[in-house]
Design a protein around this ligand. Structure first.
Ligand SMILES: *Cc1c(COP(=O)(O)O)cnc(C)c1O
Length: 232
């Protein structure tokens, strides 16, 4: 089978899952944006995905993302940066990314703001929320209690537009209570910034749960592209 056909099949399966999840949740599939996570896969795959109608792609490593965005500058793609960010790379990410989902500390705000201003275009940012139990050997994300302070920092920064929240469900735990908690945090954020109505949640393994809890942006990699060369 050609790579193009593999990707077409993967996309069709994922879109069918999203449609079914939305129908089950009484939501319109138009409320949900599929961000195809292309990390570790070559730019040629991203080009095929664009030909197959994908508009939103996600990357989690700065150098790889920067190179792909440059190589594929002729395509009309929105680049979503979803990975851990070093503060000394934040400005560089803001120069090619259309949205950064992984803002998890105030220290990143200055760099992102500077990069966005240099580019001359507002950058969409999401606050990454930790859904791990307190004290867990955790993944990235701010504790829900610390979200309002970070929201305020973004609101005060030039060139940044707060769009909502992002999270990854805790590894090996039931995603439903975690995504329910994220929905509460998202509602709190909307009280502070009514336009911040994105909820980025749900991956290959748990997108149905995320749709049930109001996700607007699904970040799906392996279910579209197949297994990654390394498990990241
Ligand atoms: C890799 C990654 C995804 C996609 O994961 P899959 O399980 O392959 O769908 C989603 N979100 C983040 C933050 C990621 O790093």
């Amino acid at each position: 089978m050609s790579r193009r056909q593999e990707l077409a099949d993967g996309l069709e399966r994922v879109r069918a899952r999203i449609d079914a999840a939305c129908a089950g949740a009484g939501r319109s599939a138009e409320e949900v944006t599929l961000v195809v996570v292309t990390k570790f896969f070559p730019a040629s795959d991203v080009r095929l995905l664009a030909e197959l109608g994908v508009r939103h792609v996600g990357e989690n490593r700065h150098q790889e993302a920067e190179a792909k965005a440059a190589e594929l500058g002729d395509l009309d793609l929105a680049w979503h940066y979803i990975g851990g960010l070093q503060s000394n790379k934040a400005a560089a990410v803001a120069r090619y990314a259309d949205a950064v989902h992984s803002l998890d500390r105030a220290k990143l705000v200055t760099g992102l703001s500077r990069g966005a201003r240099e580019r001359g275009r507002d950058l969409d940012v999401l606050v990454q929320v930790s859904l791990d139990p307190p004290g867990a050997e955790g993944r990235a994300g701010v504790e829900p209690a610390d979200v309002p302070e970070l929201v305020e920092r973004v609101q005060q920064a030039d060139g940044l537009r707060l769009r909502g929240v992002m999270a990854v469900a805790p590894l090996g735990a039931d995603p439903d209570p975690a995504f329910a908690r994220l929905a509460e945090v998202a509602a709190d954020v909307r009280r502070l910034e009514p336009a911040a109505d994105w909820v980025s949640a749900g991956m290959s393994g748990d997108l149905e749960h995320a749709v049930r809890h109001g996700a607007t942006h699904l970040r799906v990699g392996s279910a579209v592209l197949g297994p990654r060369p390394s498990n990241q």
